[in-house]
Design a protein around this ligand. Structure first.
Ligand code: SF4
Length: 361
C-alpha cells in the first residue's frame, strides 16, 4: 500500500485527522498554513503546534518525495529537481524563473504509458501514478526554491504551473484533480485556476470531464501532426482517439467553456514541418473551430534532442516558415522559447537520467 503523506490531505481531511486525535479545528488550519503558506520544511519547525501534536504528526511523512539532485541551467534561472519516491521510482520537476513570472512544470506520473516516439519519458513506460500529495509537493518544492533564491518581485512566488512534466495527467485524473483543487485553495497555496495549464495527448474522456469542472484551468492538447497516419506514427494514442474524435471533443469543450485551447506542435525536421503540413494544420483548425472567433492557439516547439532517436530538430527557417503559414491563415501562433535544453529539462526530455545530473543541493 502507498504511504500517505501530509500533502495528501486537504483541509477537511486534516481537520478530521486531528479531530480523531482530540485536537480542535483551528489546529488543522494552523497546520494547513504551515504546509501551504509558510512552506515550513519540517514538522519540528512548526513550533506553534503543541509538542504532543508534533510528535504524532512526525509519524506521517511531510512529503514522500525525496530530493536527490537539482540540476541548474540558463544561468541559474532554470532548475530541474530529481525526486526519488519510496518505491524507488523517480520523477522530475522543472522551475523556470523569468523577470515577470515563475513557472513550474510538474509531473503527474512516474514514467508514462503513452509512448510518444519523440519523448524521453515515453521510453520509460508507465511506472505508476503519483498521489495528489506527490503532485502538490513538487509545487511546494518550487516555491521553497524561489524563496531560497530570494527571487524578488512577482517571480518571488510560483505564478504559473503547467502539468507538462512526466506522465499524462488525464490518465491519473482523480489524483491530479485533487492536486489542482488543493493548489488553488485560497486558504492555502492560492494559485489562480487561470494560472494552471494541463497538457494532454488528447484523451477524449479527460477533455470531456475537464469541460465540466468548476475551476477554469487552461487546456493544451498535443497534436504534433495534421493527419491520422503521421499522428499515429508519432503518438500511438491516435489509434484510440483519432483526430476527428479529438477535434469533436475540443469543439464541444470550447462551445461549453468559451475558453481558448492551445495546440502543441513539436517540429521535427522533414517529418511534420513541411509547408503543406502547415496548411493542412491551419485548415484543420479553421474547419473544426466552432462559429465565432477562433479560440485556438498553436504553440510551435522546436524539438529537443532525445538521444537514440532518428528524429531531428527543425531548422529555424522551417520553423519560421511554418509559423508564417499559420499566421497567414489567421491562426494565432507562437514559437515556444525553450528553457533547460542543456540540462535535459525541456519539453519531452524528462526521463530521470540520474547520471546526467551535475549539481546537488
Ligand atoms: S509526450 Fe507526454 S504523453 Fe507523450 S510519452 Fe511524453 S510524457 Fe507521455
Amino acid at each position: 500500500m502507498e504511504q500517505r503523506c501530509l500533502y495528501d490531505y486537504n483541509l477537511a481531511e486534516l481537520t478530521e485527522l486531528l479531530k480523531a486525535w482530540g485536537e480542535p479545528p483551528f489546529r488543522a488550519r494552523q497546520l494547513y498554513r504551515h504546509l501551504y503558506v509558510n512552506l515550513t520544511a519540517s514538522v519540528e519547525r512548526m513550533t506553534d503546534l503543541p509538542t504532543t501534536l508534533r510528535r504524532r504528526l512526525a509519524e506521517l511523512p511531510l512529503s514522500t518525495l525525496r530530493l536527490e539532485r537539482v540540476q541548474i541551467g540558463d544561468a541559474g534561472l532554470t532548475r530541474k529537481a530529481l525526486f526519488r519516491l519510496p518505491d524507488g521510482a523517480v520523477v522530475e520537476t522543472v522551475l523556470m524563473v523569468y523577470p515577470d513570472r515563475s513557472t513550474v512544470c510538474v509531473s503527474t506520473q512516474a514514467g508514462c504509458g503513452m509512448g510518444c516516439v519523440f519523448c524521453a519519458t515515453g521510453r520509460l513506460g508507465l511506472l505508476r501514478n503519483l498521489s495528489s500529495g506527490e503532485i502538490v509537493a513538487q509545487a511546494i518544492w518550487a516555491s521553497q526554491e524561489l524563496r531560497a533564491m530570494n527571487a524578488a518581485g512577482p517571480s518571488g512566488r510560483v505564478t504559473n504551473l503547467v502539468f507538462m512534466g512526466m506522465g499524462e495527467p488525464f490518465a491519473n485524473y482523480d489524483r491530479w484533480w485533487q492536486a489542482v483543487e488543493r493548489l488553488h485553495d485560497p486558504q492555502g497555496f492560492n494559485l489562480g485556476a487561470r494560472s494552471m495549464t494541463v497538457s494532454t495527448v488528447g484523451l477524449v474522456k479527460g477533455i470531456e470531464r475537464l469541460a465540466n469542472e468548476r475551476l477554469p484551468i487552461n487546456l493544451a492538447i498535443s497534436l504534433h501532426a495534421p493527419d491520422d497516419t503521421l499522428r499515429s506514427e508519432l503518438m500511438p494514442v491516435n489509434r484510440r482517439y483519432p483526430i476527428a474524435e479529438l477535434m469533436a471533443a475540443t469543439r464541444q469543450y470550447i462551445a461549453k467553456t468559451r475558453r481558448r485551447v492551445s495546440f502543441e506542435y513539436v517540429l521535427l525536421q522533414g517529418k511534420n514541418d513541411h509547408p503543406h503540413q502547415a496548411i493542412a494544420l491551419a485548415r484543420l483548425l479553421r474547419r473544426e473551430a466552432p462559429p465565432g472567433p477562433i479560440l485556438v492557439h498553436v504553440n510551435l516547439i522546436p524539438w529537443n534532442p532525445v538521444p537514440g532517436t532518428p528524429l531531428g530538430r527543425s531548422e529555424w527557417e522551417r520553423v519560421n516558415a511554418f509559423q508564417q503559414i499559420l499566421t497567414d491563415y489567421g491562426i494565432p501562433c507562437t514559437v515556444r522559447v525553450e528553457r533547460g535544453v542543456e540540462i535535459a529539462a525541456a519539453c519531452g526530455q524528462l526521463a530521470g537520467q540520474t547520471t546526467l545530473m551535475v549539481e546537488m543541493t
